[in-house]
Design a protein around this ligand. Sequence first.
Ligand code: AP5
Ligand code: MG
Length: 219
Amino acid sequence: MSCRIVLLGPPGSGKGTQAPRLAKELGVPQIATGDLLRQAVKNGTELGKQAKGFLDRGELVPDELVVGLIDEQLKALNGKKGFVLDGFPRNPSQAKALEGITGIDLAVLVDVPRDEVVRRLSARRVCPNCGQIYHLEFRPPKRSGICDVCQGNLVQRSDDKPDVVAKRYDVQYNEQAAPLIESYRKASVLVEVDGRGSIESVFERILSEIQARKSAKKR
Ligand code: AP5
Ligand code: MG
């Protein structure tokens, strides 16, 4: 089985924490639409200017902008053997657009209940330079407020305010992603992983689902 993997899950489920580990383990690149959009906002590009309001309000950026971005990223892989997508697709129309670019082997849904999401996001800190993700309690930096990797000053994401988190969970995830998850389930490409517990144990669960799929395909 090639490793074309899509990570799904509510905000705060740990997609951004798990995606780089998974990509490293599988030897494939990771592409995160949220990171790319935040970078575009930071750099003041045309895409960033168009996306900023949507990000701040916790709404999906219009499909045509995100599909264009992902198309560019996937074409730049030049036929490499796989990828881990974090944050794309987010609705059925994005999934259809992805199908037009490439197939996928597996969609991994990392499931975390709403109260745990709120707990995680209220104490998340990120490095605006290198993107490393921290949690004040569960994954604290060695020095308070300073990134372990690049020594940047850690910040809170602007969309981690409680009202924006609620909108991201209730509208983006519960309403807009639900039919997408259902269609992946029907197509038998979906696996669901319990996203609770330690970062390490969630990683092991995701990996074992991928390995199980690979072995089943070989049989
Ligand atoms: P995006 O950046 O993708 O945000 P999201 O999906 O809301 O998810 P998050 O990044 O908030 O959470 P995560 O699952 O990555 O969790 P993390 O690993 O950080 O998108 C942001 C915005 O961009 C969207 O609102 C939209 O506007 C736009 N956008 C992006 N893609 C789009 C698309 N395709 N179409 C349209 N618009 C798009 O973990 C969270 C916290 O929990 C961290 O502090 C972490 O340290 C901690 N943690 C992680 N795992 C554990 C664990 N097992 N135990 C304890 N703590 C943990
Ligand atoms: Mg993320």
